[in-house]
Design a protein around this ligand. Structure first.
Ligand code: G3P
Ligand code: CA
Length: 268
């Protein structure tokens, strides 16, 4: 088992569209992953949280305020936390107009809707379990949904990585479904890498915290599937930083501007 997240073209790091192609369409919406597909990218990243009535939805912030019109639709409901709204309420919100009038009417997708669009687009998914401490049991629930949608069979497993800033959450995912490729978001100390390698296939640090030496050291460990631990760096949005990341030897870069990163890496 294990995803093909590291099967970049001709040694080029895998390019992953962060929250979809989010420089060009509203983040974490279906148009954002359609845009990534149109630009020719197969990997997209998202953020998964849970509504008041237990539906998994795709949204980055723990509040609906920044990326929807929730203040207009539900003015008395500050601070507009995802967990305080039902799925039906969230479905009424416009998640596109804040970005551009051209995207008016885009919705906050449920994870189920999102997975079927990823499937339709023939995309691959770096799924982030966001704020898991707010949503007890979200790991099991996410895996159940992925299983129901056919994403835990052999073929689809290669198109999936589950990540979190919470080591506990990543460990839980690994223990519940050992075949799933997992990533820890952060930069464990070298002394702790052996422990992380028991349940994470990748460690994904911010680009600002990375060095070539750290990437090389990570690659000397082997993850739960017996392959060298991988490294995806985030968030890389300009050519110079993309070349720096490639020079460090990262396996993937997570970017809001996948076209810019691809052009920079192709020119190397
Ligand atoms: O995938 C890496 C990146 O998404 C982590 O940061 O805040 O954008 O979820 P954030
Ligand atoms: Ca994320």
């Amino acid at each position: 088992p294990g995803s093909d997240a590291r099967a970049g073209e001709a040694g080029m790091p895998t390019v992953i569209a962060h929250r979809g192609a989010s420089a060009y369409a509203p983040e974490n919406t279906l148009p954002a992953i359609d845009k990534a597909a149109k630009l020719g990218f197969t990997w997209v990243e998202n953020d998964v949280q849970r509504t008041k009535d237990g539906e998994l939805v795709v949204l980055h912030d723990d509040s609906l305020q920044r990326t929807t019109n929730v203040e207009d639709v539900f003015p008395g409901r500050a601070p507009w936390k995802v967990r305080d709204f039902t799925a039906a309420e969230i479905a009424r919100l416009d998640a596109g107009s804040w970005y551009s009038p051209a995207y008016a009417g885009a919705r906050v997708p449920t994870l189920k809707q999102y997975m079927s669009r990823v499937e339709r687009n023939h995309e691959k998914l770096l799924l982030e379990i966001k704020n898991p401490e707010l949503y007890p049991g979200i790991e099991q629930q996410t895996l159940k949904l992925l299983g129901n949608e056919g994403w835990l069979d052999g073929k689809h497993l290669r198109r999936l990585v589950v990540q979190s800033f919470s080591a506990d959450s990543v460990r839980t995912v690994h223990e519940l479904k050992p075949a799933v490729t997992t990533a820890y978001l952060g930069k464990p100390s070298v002394a702790k890498l052996r422990g992380f390698a028991r349940f994470a296939d990748l460690v994904n640090p911010s680009i600002g915290s990375l060095t070539r030496g750290y990437v090389s050291t990570v690659h000397t460990f082997h993850g739960p599937h017996g392959r060298p631990l991988g490294v995806f760096a985030w968030t890389v949005d300009d050519a110079a930083t993309a070349r720096k990341a490639a020079g460090y030897g990262v396996d993937g870069v997570i970017t809001n501007k996948p076209d810019v990163v691809r052009a920079a890496l192709a020119a190397d």
